[in-house]
Design a binder for this molecule. Sequence first.
Ligand code: AZC
Length: 794
Amino acid sequence: GFGERKAKAERMFSLMDGFLKNDPFSLQKDILHHVEYTVARSRFNFDDYEAYQALSHSVRDRLIERWHDTHTYFKRTKPKRLYFLSLEFLMGDAALGNGGLARFSACQMDSLATLDYPAWGYGLRYEYGLFRQIIVDGFQHEQPDYWLNFGNPWEIERIHVTYEVKFYGTVEDVDRNGEKHEVWIPGETVEAVAYDNPIPGYGTRNTINLRLWAAKPSNHFDLEAYNTGDYINSIVNRQRTESISNVLYPDDRSHQGKEMRLKQQYFFVSASLQDIIRRFKEAHNNFDELPEKVALHLNDTHPSLSIAEIMRILVDEEQLDWNKAWNIVCKIFSFTTHTVVAEGLEKIPTDLLGSLLPRHLQILYKINSNFMEELKKRIGLDYNRLSRMSIVEEGAVKSIRMANLSIICSHTVNGVSKLHSDTLKMRTFKDFYELWPEKFQYTTNGVTQRRWIVVSNPSLCALLSKWLGTEAWIRNADLLTGLRDHVDNTGFRHEWKMVKRLNKMRLAEYIETMSGVKVSLDAMFDVQVKRIHEYKRQLLNIFGIIHRYDCLKNMDKNDRTKVVPRVCIIGGKAAPGYEIAKKIIKLCHAVAEKINNDADIGDLLKLVFIPDYNVSVAEMVIPGADLSQHLSTAGHEASGTGSMKFLMNGCLLLATADGSTVEIIEEIGSDNLFLFGAKVQEVAELREKGGALKVPLQFARVLRMVRDGYFGDKDYFKSLCDTVEVGNDFYLLGSDFGSYLEAQAAADKAFVEPEKWTKMSILSAAGSGRFSSDRTIREYAERTWKIDPCQCPF
Ligand code: AZC
């Protein structure tokens, strides 16, 4: 009867009344539950690590609920989706990326989730993330980061979401309704397994997905090998296929055309596109609607084989006419480039590509010959220009230019700052800009205030909410401008200073445990942390420190009392094969050794190299910095995002007018930072001067000291010194040195007036709102991807 059915339904509902509760008691209960049933320890006896595991699983359960709800809602409402394709994500504990590009991807995921965009990230689940840097005797050594050793509660293994990825083989002609078609007969099959990493938004239930692929040997057995009795070897071969997703390449800017790297790229592209197309086909029965429903974003050129792969799928598998497929494909891709110099752009030797992916190479040639025909119609027979714009580079090593491919096929080409995009238009991609000016845009980078203030600087977070009278800035960083209203309030400034001091204390303790160096909290904490590169000019910083030391040594004891004490902090990894960068690290240690052991100098100057700079270290270092340095030669840093994190944390910047710094100046005013160095328009001319370039005496003196072995290892440092010798000084350290020292002097002068300094610090943070990745993502969503927020209502 009715009563019975009603009772049954009620029981059903109460069984399904899912949402886990978030009150402390429910959470505690869940943690104990996981201690016993997931970690399998007794709830009366477990250690801290097991407690962490149980806590993670309790949080994970909640994330999974939200993840499901969000995806059910997306599935039902069918919004246009963004797929963010990136080979690198630097999340934190998972260091699946190198530097700026990878951390920026992670910040963007946080903003996509928080702003309720229907987006997914796709990447690779490297078993070895970025190497761990250890320092032995001042030299960098690399150690593997096997981050999965203790399990990873934050991922969900989807053993049923797998795709076959194929390599090698041949292309053969087949007959399709009387027409000849080329199809790929692959030679090797690998399986891609999905690992999902829920990305929760802040202040919303929306939880999006970062799907990472891992390689597994395929279940297709090579019967031949088994029959010929080579059982052991065929097992060993199977295991080799697993190595595809094993290790992240640690070079952040140079590409060596290695087969394994290309395999990784294709493995990633093939699995992601199969997944995306499968999802699309579940809701559509032809491809006409693809551009209205799918946006594919190429994060740098690393995933740009997607273009050839999607053409192959549409033409060879879905049997679409080539032109029809091409028209669709040209409407779905957007591309962001993170580099400045043409030499930094990826090229793949055609020999390599042809053997690994023979059909794709054919497709690329066809795309190129069509493009060349079109181009001839537009620009005539300007062969130099045609060859510059070609996807195929002829020459000693014939290769595919991934950037040209990406530009040709994308509807939008993005630079990462205004200055960067001007460089792209005027230099790097000038030919393309002249052809398609409307394709070129810029979207200035940003960082997420959720990680870079809320998580890493809880005391500042509390202070901001108190004085802004709201926590809304956590989702709307523009509200930070409200700090300007309080800048003249002494009570506020006092609290601001206390927060900085607290963070300096935390950092000082860390420095002492890491390096044994005791530092004074009254000193100015001066930080440069980022990958080590010649263009980022860590060497300029070290030379400045040597100069400071030299001045102190030659100074009257009385004058020393007027000197602002400094703790100089440098950190960053060098690519394992980058000799000069490794020498910079060694020089830093050699100089530190000398200075830190000079009792005569005491607290007036200290130099510390923080080993293994990574996201967790950054969370500690950035809030504790007074001053942060961004020294790239103008025109070389595409954007820079470290500066934005420092800005949010009220650190003053000492910087060149490069990348996004130009826009930072617009927000905070040039009075609130220390600017120095040649402007981007001056750089070319300075370089031309070569040997005739004027270099200050102080620079020559410092260089001499290093050359003469003042810090030891004279022979070892010789080649490093050669890179900045007059006539050879590509990054213009010598010609910028004078203005660098002036900027440093200005910083010292400001620091002795704590009220002035504090005001500058407050105004820095107050102007940082524009550099939230929320703004970045909103611009991309509206202008480039054309996607709308889609908030799950439950
Ligand atoms: C970096 C750029 O050097 C940096 O200026 C920018 O802020 C960042 O990308 C994000 O756009 N580039 C890389 O990290 N590049 C690679 C290949 O790692």
